[in-house]
Write a protein that binds this ligand. Structure first.
Ligand code: FAD
Length: 460
């Protein structure tokens, strides 16, 4: 029987033997061992770039990235997309461009299930903005898999959260929030009444909540420069509601105390030790029955992993995060890794690795090393999390945090321009791992030119 003719796949070069079915199955090219990374975020993108570079000239290995979006934006910047401090179209990096540069293959699509025994991923059909099907659903076979799909906000089953609160889990959500925020700014300004107020309630006093609150005040302080003559600093009332007795409860107390002081100085109403029992269209209701008015409410009170991982048979913890062994392999599956926010890793001393970009970055480095070691028949390295400290950006007002590790002895509390410099360098380090150091320098130059020629706040 004649071999099936090679088929041009919509996401990449011609592949032979593509099965025609109700969903298309993308088999590995020839006898190549296919390594698939699902999720090109803080961890997954760094991983796939390392693997692409390593195996680009090895015909026996094919490296594939799957992401539901065509471009990458570093998630710790989502609050700036939400307020308009950052233009997502300027800061995005195209996966196809990176795939071409680093020697991996990119498939656009949302993974909805993984058959761990058949080693097969199911991708939904891809549709354009009008709902027209661009690509049919597909099945992708893998030899080795790395799951890096990040996390979602955890609503803890509290009534009204899903219906009325905004989240910042994805670029689309951050852009949606930005639209609603700018509409609300226009609406309040058009009332031409100095006593009109825009009320925003943020539930969750972690990094997302406090950074968002500070950046909203930064944007509002600049509005008069852009013709919002009736909008003053007093027109915005932001409340942060946190159940723990302190902001940033996972970080050393001194950071939470300093951040609260700074937020209160700029006018944020901070409510610690307060639980939320319900969210309505116009308010956030506390368990004591108090009603905090909210033209917009944001839910940033903790994360969980997407439900479909548990439904696919992955071993998961109470937050639906995939349980992994020391070498970051999924428990019970020798050819599957999980890293970043979607995995649950408990160190030998019983501490849980926190859902942070820093952890995803370190996990990506160890996973890349272990996948390469496996191909060469070498020993795998156990993952050991090193906490280098945490920094919280309060927009132009302050940056506060602590530094630990190689550069300092013990833990050093930092604030001000040193903290700002280290905070900004984290994003540049991520860019350098993805684009290379030279391209990152060019990007930094491009950013300077962009900022000098465009409005500093996106208000449309
Ligand atoms: C506003 C905000 C501020 C933050 N600030 C900080 C900070 O200052 N410092 C810090 O360390 N951390 C911060 N974080 C947390 C940090 O962003 C995460 O810990 C980190 O991004 C996790 O990396 P990841 O690779 O696991 O997932 P992500 O970076 O979230 O990447 C997940 C990727 O998977 C893709 N994906 C998801 N589902 C699917 C699917 N079904 N199919 C295909 N693709 C899929 C997504 O499109 C995305 O590209 C912040 C988070 C937010 C929201």
């Amino acid at each position: 029987m004649a071999a099936p003719a090679p088929t041009q796949h919509p996401d990449g070069p011609a592949t032979g033997g593509v099965a025609a079915a109700e969903t298309e199955t993308l088999a590995a090219a020839g006898d190549a061992h296919r390594i698939v990374v699902i999720g090109g975020g803080a961890g997954g993108l760094e991983l796939v770039v390392k693997l692409g570079r390593k195996f680009r000239r090895d015909a026996g290995v094919e490296v594939v990235l799957i992401d539901k979006n065509p471009t990458h934006i570093w998630k710790p910047l989502f609050h700036e997309v939400a307020t308009g401090s950052m233009n997502s179209y300027h800061d995005e990096a195209s996966y196809r461009m990176l795939a071409r540069k680093h020697g991996f293959r990119f498939l656009l699509g949302r993974a909805t299930a993984i058959d761990l025994d058949a080693r097969r991923i199911t991708l939904d059909a891809v549709r354009d903005g009008d709902g027209n099907e661009m690509m049919p659903g597909r099945k992708i076979d893998y030899g080795t898999l790395a799951v890096c799909i990040g996390s979602l906000s955890n609503d803890f089953g509290i009534p009204g959260v899903v219906t009325y609160s905004k989240q910042l889990d994805s670029r689309e959500q951050a852009e949606r929030f930005h639209k609603d925020f700018t509409s609300a700014l226009h609406r309040v300004n058009s009332l031409e009444d100095a006593s009109s107020v825009l009320s925003i309630a943020i539930v969750g006093g972690g990094a997302t909540g406090v950074e968002l609150a500070a950046d909203m005040h930064n944007v509002v302080q600049r509005l008069r420069e852009y013709g919002f003559d009736h909008f003053s600093g007093d027109s915005l009332k932001v409340s942060i509601v946190e159940a723990a007795p302190i902001l940033l409860p996972r970080l050393p107390d001194r950071i939470g105390v300093s951040v609260q002081k700074e937020l209160e100085r700029i006018g944020v109403n901070v409510r610690v030790g307060t639980r939320v029992s319900e969210v309505t269209e116009t308010a956030v209701v506390t368990s004591e029955g108090e009603t905090l008015p909210a033209d917009l409410s944001v839910w940033a009170a903790g994360v969980k992993a997407p439900d479909w991982l548990a439904a696919s048979g992955f071993p998961v913890d109470r937050l639906g995060r995939v349980e992994v062994s020391d070498d970051l392999k999924v428990r019970g599956y020798d050819n599957v890794y999980a890293l970043g926010d979607c995995c649950a890793f408990t160190a030998k001393d019983g501490t849980e690795v926190p859902p942070r970009a820093q952890a995803a970055h370190q996990m990506a480095a160890v996973t890349a090393r272990n996948i390469i070691a496996e191909r060469k028949g070498r020993h795998l390295k156990p993952f050991v999390y090193r906490d280098f400290g945490s920094l919280v950006s309060l927009s132009k007002f302050s940056t506060i945090g602590n530094l630990m590790g190689n550069l300092v002895r013990g833990t050093v509390f930092v604030e001000g321009w040193i903290a700002r410099l280290v905070y900004l360098s984290l994003y540049r380090m991520h860019q350098a791992s993805v684009h290379g150091p030279f391209s990152t320098l060019l990007i930094m130059l491009g950013d300077r030119i962009y900022k000098a020629t465009r409005a500093e706040v996106k208000l449309h």
